[in-house]
Design a protein. Sequence first.
Length: 344
Amino acid sequence: MASSDPMPSSDALARLRHGLVIPAHPLALTARRRLDERRQRALIRYYRVAVGVHTTQFAIREKGLLKPVLALAAAEAGGMLKVAGICGPTKQAAKEASLARDLGYDIGLLSLAALKDASDGALIAHAKAVAKVLPLFGFYLQPSVGGRVLSYEFWRRFAEIPNVVAIKMAPFNRYRTIDVVRAVADAGRAGDIALYTGNDDNIILDLLTPYVFHTGRGEVSLQIVGGLLGQWACWTRKAVEHLKAIKRVRKAKEPIPQEILTLASQMTLANKAIFDADNSFTGCIPGISYVLKQQGLMSHIGMLDPSDRLSPGQTDQVDHIIRQYPHLTDVEFVQANLDKWLSP
């Protein structure tokens, strides 16, 4: 690796590869759609963080909120691993990467949504330009919320970029998820690139599944080690418990307990309501905000874009999930800590 390639600290890399719960950070707004710093700080304290990603609302860039939100999260997160969302054409993405680096972020989560018609070669050139500024966390965003289909060949070349340290797979598609995992195996980066699920519809099974590929280097085994998820922006304490339980199961190398498989289906059912799957995920971000408001972490559900709202009947579905599956929620934990998180 060239000495000019930026890399996270060895401690940050070790934690990333071990597997973390990384919530995709929502944006807290007032009733007038302005940054609610008190509630934003409370959310950061709840998570302690991936900021500037889809769940934070990409529109924060247009509203001049990217820098204050990134700075607020960095100040509150302290020594925790910090991931900043990086968007836009190359010039904008490099500028955002520079801002994140200067604010102390470890890694940039690179969205390619702005380059919908670019060739694989152009996408790789774009990624390499941003990688000169900040280590990269690849991001496969599903097309229904602004992403694009990316080929196995693209991911194979992307995995060869020296300071790609992780990839978030969120195509909500098993075939495309496996494309990414296989590309990392074929590139010989299985020990270097940490694989993270972003498939909110398949969280538990993604984390349980061992992947084995036959490559030119022999048999290669890989595991999705953690998640960077919008679903984990609520009920985050339970997400940590779930990941710990999954790691115990993986370490034991014994048959998967039935209760873990049952949990997998319950989490997918919960995500169906929160992410508004019945309406092509139209209300996914407001759905997260609704749960956080019910817990007292947010004061309003409003989005920067007034047209971005809950779908009819969505709150009834979410309320039903909370009543039927209270063991999935963080209600007691949040209530025990909310006053502390909301303090100056």
